[in-house]
Design a protein around this ligand. Structure first.
Ligand code: ARG
Length: 603
């Protein structure tokens, strides 16, 4: 109902301006306006929308808010277009104006959605006429070479993917960038270790499997900590790598490739697409960053290191936070790379322009890091006026005991094992259900259903939490058929699709919907909220809003389904109800797809 909302906002604005011309003019002179403050109604009894503006206007106009509301309503009622959309407005409480959309208008909206794959969601590119929309970058997943891709990366991957999907659906050009940690001093020890354990890898053109790179990393680290000679070689190796020594580069590429393959397996299972643009990509620009900051007079030498001190952000001691951009040995760090990256992304993308919005999805532990990077970028004037940079933080993944997620033996959980377990458990559930229902299904069917449910459950459990809070990982909860879970929604969808199949083609539907039941209207209104929810997620980057909506939609559907006959109803009710079923299916499917969740025909 976004379009309706916009039209109403404009109509109310006009009514306010016409009712209080002097105040409107004064406001305009000050560069502001008399804001109607129209919002979604907080309760169904209040109608569809409520206007809260009269309360604020009361201070400006020095009149009681109810009186103001009455004047506005009289003015509104004079507008024929308004009367076509809304029933007579009701004034409630101290001066709220409650608006209820007319059934005829809702019916028109519903019918228009039947053939609209965008389900009423306006396209960003159409909103900004004549203006080339700048692309949006979503920087997510971003694991580190030769290290474990841990649950934190899993969260980033799932949340980032969903945000990227939603923005694309809104009509934005989206770059999904994997800022892989593929550079840094750790490569000195990794290459030295490689030369020790698999020297043939550097001379043969054949593939040499280095085995599990996480173990490889552990071994390298152990040698580094225990063996002085190894340490010396590693330091020299870093220098060689930075100078572009061919053999070192070859070793580095080999390590990156094998890690990349391991990450790719996880991405394939999760159906996630990413473009890798790792830290090494920004190497050529690091020096420019330092030079430019220096020219701007932002650098201060502190204990040999080059730092920027940020008055706007205070460190633990209450003094301006200092961030190191070049270490005393001349080396660069994580922050330097992010500065080079933000500068490049905002100004030098291959499209000749920069991104209009950059979204970084990482754990909340990196909040200070990003706040400082953004602040330095601001001081250096790298952020054009129309661009937005945002850190999208998320909390920790905890076990059911509220502590850091670990295996029973206390090790960190591997993502592969975690996904396997979700699928295994889903499979046990399905086999039990089939047995109970006396159904026989093929092995392929069982495999497909359990893998879809397992993966969806993991994704949905993550997405349905407000990302800011820590979240407790529980297989039992996420796989349950009850509550706000993926299996519940997938099951609801299968049921609705079944009704739709049985309903066949809607024959007697000639754009005339016929509803006379409360549950029908409730479901219709719920369906029509979809566009507004998408716009909200685009703005606030909280996919859990979409999850909640889909859950509410399927609950509204269930109440509808429980209370009134659909297939057994007589015409014209049957066709009208089937339209609601179609739209519910379409909306649920689209919503789940935007969360990165694959749906099933049968379960
Ligand atoms: N590699 C980092 C980590 O594992 C995440 C990188 C996030 N993106 C960025 N531009 N800093 O924590």
């Amino acid at each position: 109902m976004h379009i309706i909302f916009q039209v109403l906002t404009k109509q109310i604005q006009d009514a306010i301006n016409a009712s209080f011309p002097k105040a409107a003019l004064n406001a305009r002179k000050e560069g502001s306006f008399l804001n109607p403050q129209l919002v979604q109604a907080s309760k169904p009894e209040f109608g569809d929308f409520q206007m809260n503006g009269a309360l604020t206007l009361s201070k400006i106009l020095k009149k009681p808010p109810r009186e103001i509301a009455e004047i506005i309503v009289i003015q509104l009622k004079k507008n024929k277009d308004f009367n076509n959309i809304c029933l007579a407005p009701e004034i409630a409480g101290p001066g709220f104006i409650n608006l209820t959309i007319k059934n005829s208008c809702l019916k028109k909206e519903l019918t228009s959605r039947l053939n609209d794959d965008l389900l009423g969601v306006p396209q960003a590119k159409d909103e900004e006429e004549n203006k080339q929309l700048k692309p949006i970058i979503v920087d997510f997943s971003s694991p580190n070479i030769a290290k474990e891709m841990h649950v934190g990366h899993l969260r980033s991957t799932i949340i980032g993917d969903s945000i990227a999907r939603i923005l694309k659906f809104r009509g934005h050009q989206v770059l999904r960038l994997n800022h892989v940690g593929d550079w840094g001093t750790q490569f000195g020890m990794l290459i030295t270790h490689l030369k020790n354990v698999a020297p043939e890898a550097l001379t043969t053109a054949n593939f040499v499997n280095l085995g599990d790179l996480v173990d490889f990393y552990r071994q390298a680290k152990k040698n580094f900590d225990e063996d002085q000679y190894f340490q010396k070689c590693s330091r020299e190796e870093v220098v060689k790598l930075q100078q572009g020594n061919q053999e070192s580069i070859k070793a580095w590429k080999l390590l990156c490739n094998q890690s990349r393959n391991a990450f790719q397996k996880i991405y394939n299972r999760l159906d996630i697409k990413l473009d890798e643009r790792g830290e090494s990509f920004y190497n050529p620009f690091l020096k420019d960053v330092i030079d430019e900051l220096s020219k701007l007079g932002l650098l201060i030498k502190d204990n040999g290191a080059q730092c920027v001190f940020l008055n706007e952000i205070k460190g633990k001691d209450g003094n301006p936070l200092g961030i190191i951009v070049q270490k005393s040995d001349g080396g660069f760090n994580y922050a330097t790379t992010d500065l080079a990256a933000i500068r490049y992304r905002l100004n030098d993308l291959p499209n000749g322009d920069g991104a209009g919005r950059i979204i970084y999805v990482t754990d909340a532990g990196q909040s200070n890091h990003f706040a400082s990077v953004f602040q330095v970028a601001k001081l250096a004037n790298w952020i054009p006026k129309d661009c937005k940079v945002e850190h999208v933080p998320f909390g920790l993944v905890q076990g059911e005991d509220g502590k850091k997620l670990k295996t029973r033996s206390g090790e960190t959980i591997r993502l592969k094992d975690l996904l396997d377990e979700a699928i295994d458990r889903a499979k046990i559930d399905i086999e039990r259900r089939l047995k109970e229902e006396g159904r026989k299904e093929s092995l392929d069917f069982i495999e497909k259903v359990s893998s879809t449910i397992g993966i969806s459950a993991v994704k949905y459990a993550d997405l349905s939490q407000n990302r800011i809070t820590n979240y407790q990982f529980s297989f039992d909860r996420m796989l349950s058929l009850q509550g706000n879970t993926a299996p519940y929604l997938l099951y609801a969808l299968v049921r609705i699709a079944g009704i739709n199949r049985k309903g066949g083609e809607i024959k007697n539907f000639n754009n005339k919907l016929d509803f006379n039941n409360e549950q029908e209207w409730k479901l219709a209104r719920e369906i029509l909220k979809f566009d507004e929810v998408i716009l909200e997620v685009e703005e606030q980057l909280l996919p859990n809003r979409l999850c909640n909506y889909l859950f509410e939609l399927s609950q509204a559907f269930n109440r509808f389904y429980d209370h009134i006959p659909i297939l057994k109803a007589s015409e014209p009710s049957k066709s009208s109800r089937l339209v609601l079923c179609r739209l519910t299916e379409k909306t649920l499917k689209k919503g789940l797809n935007l969360l990165g969740i694959s749906t099933l025909e049968r379960m």
